[in-house]
Design a protein. Structure first.
Lengths: 468, 185
């Protein structure tokens, strides 16, 4: 008997649609997934790519610096050794010349006079001159190497301040070391040359020897002078440290429009559940409807902003932007003011305006692609927190009555937004931004739900700059 | 959507999935609730309460049996709780007060339309209606039903036997015999 009765399990009764509505009412509210359009991922990806690129470049720079520093060390070492040898050879040459002169004319002057004279000359001139020559040559070498590095991918200019400071410090240390070594070497050379000279003078002791020595020493002095002039003619490397913080006046205007139009309020979830296809969530073009009759038709409006903006240069290519702005948003809506139950007629619509006044705090990251050009092209992306301190907007209550309201508690006062855009800086005089902004917070707390989107053109004029 | 995914979405409070689950089982479960009650309105109340329980306890479903059977169990328990709680059913649901014994009768083979049979079951006194539904329709044995209703097995046997006899009498009185359902002893 039981087996037969189990067929009764298949007995079905189609439930009233109201039951689901009642169930849905008692279910915990569904978390609304805020779907950020795919195009908002673009600036995020660009920002991440920018940061990645910056890190890569920074590492490359560090490697280049190390490599170049090794080159500098090697080059300086070789140059220093070459200089020492050259000077020593020159000195030997001079000494040999002196010897030849002495041999050719040799006879008359007393040994002591010649000795004293030569000593004076060598003590007064070559020591300082040689030291100077060596120092200048060492510096010249560094400058040449730095110049080569600069020309090669302009690396020196890409260095951050700390890295540059480190390099300069290292270069100075190298110079000091070279100077000390040069001094030591030259004192040895000097003493050696002086020894040769003394011996020669001692041997021949002629007056002409002194003239010849004078002549030779003069040529050394001239050579020193020539070296000095070479140094002064060398190109100087300017290392410009970026300006750290600059303040800008910002003013802009643009279009504001409603992106997600569900002005059909959630006043009646049961009605929606019963026949979701009837209410709909807004037709294409942002047309909201109820029972296929138009409720409200949002239009584009005006958006304006004015404020100040700080630009903190992290490096030559990247900057952090932050500011405080006043935003004015106005959206026009065509509204059918008839209450529910009456016929909604699209031809009978009246126009109204939603106006919001907001204080906005934007923060964004900017990446510059052409930092050394006159016109600097950058992209930026970031977020805002906006506070609405006054508004007068269309409001739709739970009974579908439309009215204009400035009651604060009907609307959200804190809005989150994302923004992205491009910026063209004209020789640091001013910059022009094209900015797209999307609000993530709905305009109204209940009933009508819609989100703003903006496209703005704004001009930034720097008025104060602080260097670190 | 696959059952596993559907359940997961329901647990995640996805309204669309919850609605889909409801659409899949609501009509059958309302039929079940209807058999345990005296009015459609009460059956709808049980259905609503039952589905809320289903959604809240869905995370306990281990995919070991058919989802429909699991929901059915919850609905039966909800129906029992409901008729135990409401006075109009409690008045008749006095199994413990009855000293009943099974009635041994020779029952003829009868054929009844399912819908008519359900209506006839609903005409039984609440206690017999409940026991008959649990034993004959849901397929629980007497011991299980005794545990569910917190009474002894003999009482269940008596109620079932009496209910069955009364049901045959109602069917005969109503003159609704057809060839659709064969009722044999």
């Amino acid at each position: 008997m039981q087996n037969n009765f189990t067929e009764i399990q298949n007995f079905n009764i189609e439930p009233n649609k109201q039951i689901w509505v009642d169930i849905e009412k008692q279910l915990p509210p569904e978390k609304k997934r805020r779907i950020v359009g795919w195009w908002w991922r673009v600036p995020i990806l660009l920002s991440l790519a920018g940061v990645g690129l910056y890190n890569h470049q920074y590492k490359t720079q560090i490697n280049s610096i190390v490599e170049n520093q090794n080159k500098i060390n090697q080059f300086t070492k070789n140059a220093s050794q070459t200089d020492h040898k050259k000077v020593a050879l020159d000195s030997k040459k001079n000494a040999l010349n002196v010897k030849q002169n002495i041999e050719a004319t040799a006879n008359s002057f007393s040994q002591s006079k010649a000795e004293v004279s030569l000593k004076k000359q060598w003590q007064s001139q070559p020591k300082q001159s040689h030291k100077k020559v060596n120092f200048l040559q060492a510096n010249t070498t560094l400058v040449e190497v730095n110049k080569a590095v600069t020309n090669d991918n302009n690396l020196s200019l890409k260095l951050s301040k700390n890295v540059i400071g480190k390099q300069v410090k290292i270069s100075k240390l190298k110079s000091n070391n070279n100077l000390a070594k040069a001094e030591e070497n030259y004192s040895k050379i000097e003493s050696k040359v002086f020894e040769i000279e003394s011996k020669e003078v001692e041997k021949f002791g002629k007056k002409n020897n002194i003239d010849s020595a004078k002549k030779n020493n003069k040529s050394i002095l001239n050579s020193t002078a020539n070296n000095t002039s070479i140094d002064s003619s060398l190109p100087k490397i300017k290392i410009s440290i970026p300006k750290k913080i600059s303040w800008h006046l910002v003013a802009g205007f643009g279009a504001n429009y409603v992106s997600k139009n569900t002005i059909v309020p959630n006043f009646s979830s049961e009605t929606y559940a019963a026949s979701p296809q009837v209410i709909g969530v807004g037709l294409s073009g942002g047309l909201a409807n109820y029972n296929n009759k138009v409720l409200a038709l949002p239009q584009t409006g005006f958006a304006g902003n004015v404020g100040i903006k700080g630009k903190y240069l992290i490096s030559k290519k990247s900057a952090l932007l932050f500011g405080l702005e006043y935003n004015f948003l106005q959206t026009s809506l065509n509204v059918n003011p008839l209450p529910i139950g009456d016929i909604f007629d699209i031809g009978n619509m009246q126009s109204t305006k939603n106006i919001f006044h907001l204080l906005s705090v934007p923060i964004s990251y900017m990446h510059c692609f052409t930092p050394n050009k006159k016109y600097k092209f950058s992209i930026f992306a970031g977020a805002n927190i906006d506070f609405a301190f006054a508004q007068n907007s269309l409001f739709i209550n739970d009974n579908l009555g439309f009215y204009q309201s400035n009651t604060t508690n009907k609307f959200n006062t804190i809005f989150g937004a994302l923004h992205t855009g491009i910026s063209i800086n004209c020789n640091d005089k001013f910059s022009v931004d094209i900015l797209a902004k999307k609000y993530l917070s709905a305009v109204q707390k209940i009933s009508a739900i819609y989100y703003w989107q903006q496209v703005n053109v704004q001009i930034n004029i720097p008025f104060a700059t602080f260097k670190k | 959507m696959e059952t596993r995914q559907l359940v997961k979405n329901c647990i995640d409070n996805n309204r669309q999935a919850q609605q889909q689950l409801y659409a899949m089982y609501a009509s059958n479960m309302l039929g079940l609730c209807y058999r345990y009650t005296k009015s459609l309105h009460d059956a709808e109340d049980i259905l609503q309460e039952g589905f809320l329980k289903v959604y809240s306890k869905l995370h306990q479903y281990k995919f070991e049996g058919e989802l429909g059977a699991w929901i059915r169990k919850i609905m039966v328990n909800t129906a029992l709780t409901y008729i135990n709680k409401h006075s109009k059913y409690k008045h008749n649901f006095n199994i413990n007060n009855l000293a009943l014994h099974p009635i041994e009768t020779q029952q003829p083979d009868i054929n009844v339309n399912i819908k008519d049979m359900v209506e006839c079951i609903r005409k039984l006194p609440t206690a017999q209606q409940t026991v008959f539904n649990l034993v004959a329709v849901e397929g629980y044995n007497h011991i299980e039903v005794a545990q569910m209703l917190q009474t002894n097995v003999n009482t269940i046997r008596s109620q079932f036997s009496r209910g069955k006899s009364l049901l045959i009498k109602i069917i005969e009185d109503e003159n609704i015999l057809t060839n659709n359902l064969k009722l044999s002893s």
